[in-house]
Write a protein that binds this ligand. Structure first.
Ligand code: APR
Ligand code: ZN
Length: 373
């Protein structure tokens, strides 16, 4: 077997921004508290695109990807929550169960996360990947665009043995991020009006959550009209393309609703659309959730006097779920037909077609494309 040995396999390496290729890499065995995983599938998420474009300060070369499903190959000393052969998901936000956020009843942004800021290492500051003798960094402590990866135990969760592994990778990130923002964080109410800015993989999961919560009107906003038929199929009732409107989109939402939206979600990561979402909300009781990751040096500037009227601005990460506690239940809900993630997966491609998959993503032809190993 491969236990205790370095594995040589194929992985995608981002050498610098906008430069990615599939290479032969070496993957070291897991150290104490770590898990080595044979990947089965990985989604391509908007956050990976931020990484590939160099929008987050990260150490290159690195192996991208975080929305992964796989099977545990081996575990390091002291690992107790997973064992070889288990089906698992990788978690961009871990749950250490020791830090302030993990111990607080409402917190989920674990201190051990590696998104803000990104070190690109394991918890001990070292890396498990190399290529041609050169050290290769991790991304978000996950790295899933690889046949094998090593992840801290706190960033892995065991899921139901019956889970279809070519699909459930989305439940590692996009589904809890979007669906959870609507049902768990915003707690969208029956009969409400929602507006969702960005109809990509995560925005579509928000739509699923709004629909499941009984929203009666769901306005979808995107500059790419190719997303509209998919969005309508998920439950979006009105589609708006800001580029084709004669007025700012928030004014159009105000006119359409008369009083503004009950809930607005920003799922793009631009400050302009965050402001548009905020300005689309009802002045008194509207709730605006920011899900998109804005560029690190950007600032959000709001009209300060208008906040006193009562509206809420809230950031949300991974749907406010404590990840290891809550994500397995979402897989079970999917298996029991309580959530249907299938419509979010518009494309599945073998890993060696990575460049084709990235092209589909960049030309806006997908909701979610899943890589299969
Ligand atoms: N106005 C409206 N829609 C826009 C705009 C804009 N100015 N710019 C981009 N979009 C749309 C794109 O056309 C696309 O449909 O936003 C959508 C983004 O979707 P994806 O690229 O699939 O990204 P996704 O994985 O959904 O993530 C979105 O959420 O979790 C965060 O880090 C993630 O910031 C990212 C965001
Ligand atoms: Zn993600």
């Amino acid at each position: 077997g491969t236990a205790g040995k370095t594995i040589t396999c194929q992985a995608a390496i981002a050498w610098e921004k906008n430069s990615i290729s599939i290479e032969e890499v070496q993957v070291e065995p897991p150290k104490a508290g770590e898990v080595r995983i044979k990947m089965v599938s990985s989604g391509i998420c908007g956050s990976d695109d931020h990484v590939l474009k160099g929008e987050l300060p990260m150490n290159f070369p690195l192996i991208p990807g975080h929305e992964g499903a796989g099977i545990v190959e081996t575990v390091g000393d002291g690992v107790s929550s997973v064992k070889p052969g288990d089906k698992v998901l990788t978690l961009i936000v871990p749950q250490c169960r020791e830090c302030d956020a993990c111990l607080h009843s409402k917190g989920n942004f674990c201190d051990k996360q590696d998104v803000l800021p990104c070190s690109g290492t394991m918890l001990d500051g070292t890396c498990r990947f190399s290529c041609k003798g050169q050290k290769v960094y991790h991304s978000f402590r996950t790295s899933t665009f690889t046949e094998y990866t090593v992840v801290p135990e706190i960033a892995v969760v065991k899921i139901d043995d019956a889970a279809p592994m070519d699909k459930v990778c989305l439940i590692g990130c996009g589904v809890p991020t979007g669906y959870g923002a609507a049902v768990n964080s915003a707690k969208v109410t029956p009969g409400s009006t929602c507006v969702v800015f960005g109809l990509g993989g995560v925005g579509s999961a928000v739509v699923l959550g709004c629909k499941a919560s009984g929203a009666s009107r769901i306005i979808g906003v995107d500059i790419n009209e190719k997303k509209f038929p998919w969005a309508r199929a998920l439950g979006v009732t009105d589609c708006l393309n800001p580029k084709k409107l004669k007025k700012p989109v928030h004014e159009v939402v105000m006119e359409m609703t008369g009083v503004g939206a009950d809930f607005a979600f920003e799922v793009i990561g631009h400050t302009e659309t965050m402001l548009a979402a905020w300005n689309s909300c009802n002045y008194s009781y509207g709730v605006c959730l920011i899900i998109g990751l804005a560029p690190l040096d950007s600032q959000l500037c709001l009209e300060a006097s208008k906040i006193v009227s009562g509206k809420t601005l809230k950031g949300v990460c991974l749907g406010d779920y404590k990840t290891r506690d809550c994500i397995p239940q979402l897989v079970t809900d999917y298996l029991q037909n309580k959530i249907n993630i299938d419509p979010l997966i518009t494309h599945q491609l073998p890993f060696d077609k990575l460049h084709k998959a990235l092209e589909l993503y960049h030309t806006g032809k997908t909701v979610r494309c899943v890589l299969l190993f």
